[in-house]
Design a protein around this ligand. Structure first.
Ligand code: LRH
Length: 475
């Protein structure tokens, strides 16, 4: 056959999946082998990932891929890790980045930005490590980020994939290696941090106990790095919104922006595949809706969005990035509190809450898009909204309306596609990012949303929640 198959394990904060991608002859096709919820677990010492379950689901999924994948690649959400000791044993379950233990240690250090280019998020790996009990760090041989931990269990090989390393706030954005000066300065041991590996490099063969005879290949193991590989853009004048639990909003650049203004606006420089820079800001994303749905025990997203589409516009708005929305909890009550605090009516019913969340996200998307253009000097002519959020027509349309830019929605499974494409390239497939993106554009269903409505209404809505920003042209 002239097409080849690759298995992609993609773990998001809300769900995981194992996909099979078929590549060749101008084709790029994904089939789902396995999908499962990712449910964190609260234990006496905090909020954790059920990493053993994820490993078991990953294995079950790989066994459902049939014969034939050439290789497998793993990506997941960023920043979180497991510690392993000298025997290779896991020292406690990995913490969830929404655990509150970093609240007291996450002190911004303006000097760090000029080296790492990493935005301040209270859960950056660096703060999580500083929150570790000293005894556990002393017992630890290595820090393994989640995809690297799973890869270690599968192959016995230890390493850190580079794109995900760049989310730790311990990676030197210009030097392209661990920021040893910072690591020393914080009193962390350099040898906790494994050697870096590049997307596309071989990791090892799955151990025989897995019952699978497959090579594991490094991909952009930070899910957002893989997602942005699969942006179906043919030119450079695009912005992306990788919309899932988070919305990652920004542009792709050849070099990091490490200026004081960039730091003050909390933009990050994450490493992408082929040493591209994802210059972006984290927007709280569909987490707000997911957490409302969890409280309501209402899994039917489609019905909620349909009702929200005809709810009154601009009734109540929140800044989605307000820190009160970060931790798991009663999201509708927090939205009420925000509205009360800012003199707005509290949403009257579920459609009103969902409308509030969607409009607020659209406003935060708009602010981040404008800031990305302004801080990077990039002109943005189109916004690619990729990931699960691309299914959400209301979010796509409101983002187009708020930003005044056309939104191209899709692919929904951008992350799995990017994971597959990097494996395919390592196997002689599409040569570079432009070739990968052209293949995505030619093969995946996309929808275009043109801006509609009254731009002035969005300007005043933005001003209401303190998100008024000058437009990209500086107007
Ligand atoms: C998205 C994501 C994002 C990180 C967050 C922790 O899944 O990887 O890029 O900031 O999770």
């Amino acid at each position: 056959p002239t097409t080849r198959r690759y298995a992609a394990v993609d773990l998001g904060a809300a769900s995981g999946r194992v996909m099979v991608g078929e590549v060749g002859d101008g084709r790029l096709e994904l089939t789902e082998a396995h999908r499962f919820p990712n449910e964190p677990v609260r234990l006496p010492d905090g909020l954790h990932w059920d990493i053993v379950r994820l490993y078991r689901e990953l294995l079950a999924g790989l066994h459902r891929c049939g014969d034939g994948p050439v290789s497998v690649g793993i990506d997941s959400w960023a920043v979180d890790y497991g510690l392993i000791d000298r025997q290779g044993a896991l020292l406690g379950l990995p913490y969830h980045y929404r655990d509150s233990r970093t609240e007291t240690v996450a002190v911004p250090d303006p000097g760090r930005y000029a080296v790492t280019g990493t935005q301040h998020l209270p859960f950056n790996t660096v703060f999580q490590l500083l929150a570790e009990p000293r005894g556990r760090l002393a017992a630890a041989e290595r820090v393994l980020l989640v995809p690297d931990l799973l890869g270690y269990w599968l192959t016995g090989q230890v390493g850190t994939e580079r794109t995900n390393a760049s989310t730790t706030a311990l990676y030197d954005a210009r030097g392209g290696d661990w920021a040893t000066g910072l690591i020393d300065g914080l009193g962390l041991r350099r040898d906790l941090f494994p050697a870096l590996r590049d997307p596309g490099s071989p990791i090892g063969t799955l151990a025989s106990h897995t019952g699978l005879d497959l090579p594991l290949v490094a991909v952009g193991s930070h899910d957002t790095a893989s997602a942005v590989v699969a942006v179906p853009a043919l030119a450079a004048d695009f912005a992306y919104i990788s919309a899932g639990t988070w919305s990652l909003v920004g542009v792709e650049l050849p070099a990091p922006v490490l200026t004081e203004r960039s730091r003050a606006e909390n933009f990050t420089n994450e490493l992408g595949v082929d040493n591209t820079i994802r210059y972006l800001r984290n927007v709280m994303g569909l987490w707000l809706l997911q957490e409302c749905q969890r409280g309501w025990r209402e899994p039917d997203t489609r019905a909620l969005l349909a009702a929200a589409a005809s709810a009154a516009p601009f009734a109540s708005l929140v800044d989605p990035d307000d820190p009160t929305f970060l931790a798991p909890g009663d999201m509708p009550a927090r939205i009420d509190a925000y509205c009360a605090r800012t003199g707005q009516p509290v949403p009257a019913d579920r459609p009103a809450y969902v409308r509030c969340v969607m409009e607020s996200l659209a406003l935060s998307h708009r602010a981040a898009l404008r800031a990305a253009a302004r801080l990077s000097g990039r002109t943005i002519n189109a916004v690619h909204l990729i990931g699960g959020g691309a299914r959400n027509e209301l979010l796509c349309q409101l983002t187009a309306d708020a930003s005044g830019l056309p939104v191209v929605a899709g692919p929904v499974e951008a992350t799995a596609l990017g994971n597959v494409l990097v494996q395919a390239r390592a196997d002689g497939g599409p040569a570079d990012l432009p070739a990968m993106r052209a293949l995505v554009a030619a093969t995946q269903p996309l929808r275009r949303f043109e801006p509609t409505g009254d731009p002035g209404a969005w300007d005043s809505a933005a001003a209401r929640i303190g998100l008024a920003t000058p437009s990209a042209s500086g107007a």
